[in-house]
Design a protein around this ligand. Structure first.
Ligand SMILES: [Zn+2]
Length: 431
């Protein structure tokens, strides 16, 4: 007798849809079958797609900027995530300047993440690092991470990585995640909201990317939130270079910064012009992962000041990330938001529907429609408000249990997922 049988759905396995049933025992997918098996519970999924639980590689819950804190804590943010089909989040440790600080940074972030209703993993983050890179990487791996994030900008808040540390990192067998903007071309004192994009121009991104390619070593270079089509073109087709972009760069342009509510859209890197946005849309095939950079602030926090410099940068809408991407690009976005992320960050048992993998999945009605509303549980606005998107996320399952079922959130708690991989355990077999 099995625990659960999902029947009648169109199941996304190995990059295609199969009309098969999924057998789940405990937290794990134990079989795919075309027969009816005995199970304690059966769920009819006719008319629905069954998709792998999404992994958002880039979120900032309860991010303390010093003068403001992003308004989604791990609980609220992860509730929004499961409404969007996301079952694993990857957040960031606070920036450190020496490897001796990493355990404290890890412990304090993990303590906040206990509230998460999804599973979660972490990236280490460096500020103006002055320690020992090799020892740092050892500690990072011991703590179950395979990624380190650095900034090539934010010198004003002492978060910029030195050229020397960056070069050393890129030569380590690890994923070096880079926020790529050339600090020399960024004006962090910029006040005017309408013209905010000029303070962090496209050239700053492109210059930083060119510099990174010159420094590339033996490791994997993962460029976070590439904001432009030109940026993607520059990086495309290179070995061990992973390109991440975010839904907002596909949808919005710098024109949003104009007018009374321009402050609501402020984030870094900024939204670009329409030509760059269109070029990015055409280059979707070269974008390997989609992260949201989920970092919401409330409407009042965003509109409180009329100075671009003082507005906390970041936006939310994690619950709409899949719908936004699916509406525009269809099925090709599924793996960019699941398997690709699991592979890059070596999250075993995550990111695909396969025998032996965690039963992380969501039920998706492709014929449904979703109206983007202001996000009630999280920030009180959405930059996509009023948009009608194709499809509807019906329910989301984390390790064999529904964490969101027809809109209702269950009392569950997520788990820290260590980065490791044992390929053999995740092969899929159709019986
Ligand atoms: Zn970010």
């Amino acid at each position: 007798m099995h625990d659960l049988l999902l029947t009648g759905g169109r199941v996304y396995v190995d990059g295609r849809f199969e009309d098969i049933n999924i057998v789940i025992d405990g937290e794990t997918i134990t079989a795919f079958t075309r027969e009816t098996k005995e199970a304690k519970k059966k769920l009819d999924c006719h008319g629905l797609m069954i998709l792998p639980g999404l992994i958002d590689p880039h979120v900032h819950m309860e991010l303390d900027l010093g003068f403001a804190t992003s308004c989604d804590d791990f609980y609220k943010g992860s509730v929004a995530a499961v409404r969007g089909g996301v079952t694993t989040l990857i957040d960031f440790l606070a920036p450190i300047e020496n490897e001796t600080e990493i355990t404290a940074a890890f412990d304090s972030r993990l303590n906040l993440a206990k509230e998460c209703v999804t599973d979660y993993a972490m990236h280490a983050t460096l500020g103006n690092f002055k320690g020992d890179v090799v020892r740092l990487i050892e500690s990072v791996k011991q703590l179950g991470m395979n990624s380190v994030k650095v900034f090539t900008t934010y010198s004003e808040s002492n978060r910029m990585v030195s050229d020397q540390v960056l070069t050393q990192l890129l030569d380590q067998e690890i994923v070096t995640m880079v926020h790529a903007e050339d600090d020399r071309l960024v004006d962090s004192e910029w006040q005017e909201i309408a013209t905010y994009e000029s303070s962090r121009p496209l050239d700053a991104e492109l210059s930083a990317l060119k510099n990174l390619l010159l420094k590339q070593g033996r490791g994997t270079l993962y460029v976070v939130h590439v904001s432009s089509g030109s940026g993607v073109k520059l990086l495309a087709g290179r070995d061990r270079v992973v390109i991440e972009s975010c839904p907002h760069y596909f949808y919005l342009t710098k024109d949003s910064f104009k007018g009374e509510y321009g402050g609501l859209y402020l984030l870094a890197p900024p939204l670009r012009n329409n030509a760059e946005r269109e070029k990015l849309n055409k280059a979707i095939e070269n974008v390997y992962t989609i992260g949201t950079d989920h970092c919401p602030f409330t409407k009042s926090e965003k509109l409180e000041t009329r100075s671009a410099k003082s507005i906390p940068k970041g936006i939310g809408s994690i619950q709409y990330s899949f719908l936004l991407m699916y509406d525009r690009f269809g099925e090709q976005v599924i793996e960019k938001m699941s398997r690709h992320v699991a592979e890059v960050f070596r999250l075993k048992g995550k990111g695909k529907l396969a025998e032996g993998c965690d039963a992380d999945l969501f039920l998706f009605d492709p014929l449904g429609e979703t109206l983007v509303e202001s996000d009630v549980e999280t920030e009180d606005y959405s930059v996509y408000e009023g948009m009608k998107l194709k499809g509807r996320i019906v329910s989301t399952m984390l390790r064999g249990k529904f964490v969101m079922e027809a809109g209702k959130i269950a009392e569950t708690s997520g788990r820290y997922i260590r980065s490791e991989c044992d390929e053999g355990a995740c092969s899929s077999t159709i019986l």
